[in-house]
Design a protein around this ligand. Structure first.
Ligand SMILES: [Zn+2]
Length: 269
């Protein structure tokens, strides 16, 4: 298919249930329904008729994400959560989780970014690291330098980099493709500033994989005390969010003033 024709067809896809939002269990269930339906028509009417029904059903599943209306909701309700959780994991799977991945806590401790809290059995931000981190955040926010900083960090051409802001995510694109996403602009500012601060404090920073670095950076966001975007207070609450296949309980860290989502961590019931 030419890219133009494929682009033309793509607009008919229901974004809510296709592409990265496609629910694999629903798709499997619907393909089975299509096969049974096509088979029944094949037996009762004619084999070409059955094949046509099956083919049309697959087209519908491709574009709509489902054949039988309501299956996304039904699978969510009736499939056991552990099955759905496995599909979520498969779809989230990241390519380069290498053996040499380092635990975020270990990296942050070695960098002197966090240290044992005084009097409480927990980790706290090191004061000098916190100062540096917040200084970098202020500079990025005031200068509006997210794009140039991100291209520096990832060693990419700034001209090819763009941001797409949605209600619940900030998506970075590079050369037309999807590069990565953050919960909000606030989360991006926190990560960029932390990357600058860690680079000078952790000798192997540049040698960690991009995935590993991003795990360290998002782990650090839990220590934020004010919003990187508006300076408001940070709140932590339990929330329920929808993924492709199911609803999950998460601990959500957000800004009380501008509502920016800073971090979202799934927690087991
Ligand atoms: Zn805020």
């Amino acid at each position: 298919m030419s890219t133009e024709a494929s682009g033309y067809l793509q607009q008919f896809k229901q974004a809510e249930y296709t592409g990265k939002n496609r629910c694999t269990p629903c798709t499997v269930v619907n393909v089975l329904i299509a096969a049974v339906g096509g088979g029944a028509v094949g037996v009762a009417v004619s084999v070409p008729g059955g094949a046509a029904v099956f083919a049309l059903s697959l087209v519908a599943i491709y574009f709509r994400g489902y054949l039988v209306p309501g299956t996304p909701t039904l699978t969510k309700r009736y499939f056991p959560d552990w099955v759905l959780a496995r599909f979520d994991k498969l779809e989230d799977e990241r390519p380069e989780v290498a053996d040499e991945e380092r635990e975020p806590e270990a990296v942050l401790a070695d960098a002197g970014a966090v240290e044992p809290c005084e009097g409480v059995d927990d980790l706290c931000l090191d004061e000098s690291f916190a100062d540096e981190w917040y200084d970098h955040m202020d500079a990025i926010r005031e200068g509006g330098t997210e794009k140039s900083d991100l291209s520096d960090v990832l060693d990419l051409d700034e001209g090819e980099l763009s941001f797409d802001e949605h209600d619940d995510a900030l998506v970075a694109r590079y050369d037309g493709g999807r590069l990565g996403q953050w919960e909000s602009r606030a989360a991006l500012i926190a990560d960029l500033a932390a990357a600058k601060a860690l680079e000078g404090r952790y000798a192997d920073w540049g040698r960690l994989s991009v995935t590993n670095r991003s795990r360290v950076l998002s782990g650090l966001r839990i220590f934020l005390e004010t919003c990187p975007d508006c300076g408001g207070d940070i709140t932590m609450e339990q929330d329920t969010v929808e993924s492709c296949c199911r609803t999950m309980d998460v601990v959500a860290v957000s800004c009380a003033d501008c509502d920016a989502r800073i971090l979202e961590v799934e927690h087991d019931q």
